[in-house]
Write a protein that binds this ligand. Structure first.
Ligand code: ZN
Length: 158
């Protein structure tokens, strides 16, 4: 195993234990529950959305609950750290980059790994087709939660 692979493995192990953002938001705008049946992973993501002065939606708070393999749980923890405080547009862009990386079978351009921060640690997992869905589960739940929040937003606001 290369030094980089070892570093990446350590990041995943650390996050699967620390589980940043794990918990429940009592007040939230959107929620999504996702299951990865091939591995048995589960994730529920809740978000609270605020708006910038220009009116762009921002992921103000994110909390998740989950169970499953260390890849799925670490991915939720890392996703929390990366996305809270960003606009929905920025979150969608990161999510797309992460999805592309996970479908790259380990061949993702280095200059696009940097913006993915700790999520780049899953590059090794992208070579293992059975693990791809584990890493993407949390991001699917986030996309669902944001979509629900924005729909509700349009219904309720003003
Ligand atoms: Zn899994």
């Amino acid at each position: 195993m290369s030094d980089l692979d070892q570093l990446y493995q350590q990041v995943i192990m650390d996050h699967s234990r620390m589980r940043h953002g794990e918990g429940v938001l009592a007040e939230f705008d959107g929620e999504s529950f996702q299951v990865n049946p091939t591995c048995g992973d589960e994730a529920t993501v809740r978000v609270r959305i605020s708006h910038t002065r220009e009116g762009s939606p921002v992921v103000e708070e994110l909390a998740w609950q989950g169970q499953g393999c260390s890849i799925s749980q670490a991915s939720l923890s890392i996703m929390h750290d990366m996305t809270v405080g960003l606009t929905v547009t920025e979150v969608e862009h990161l999510g797309e980059e992460f999805r592309e990386m996970m479908h790259s079978r380990g061949r993702f351009p280095e200059d696009r790994l940097d913006p993915l921060e700790d999520a780049a640690a899953f590059l090794g997992a992208s070579k293992l087709s059975a693990r791809v869905k584990c890493a993407l589960l949390g991001w699917m739940a986030l996309r669902g939660a944001v979509a629900e929040a924005l729909t509700t937003d349009r219904k309720d606001s003003k």
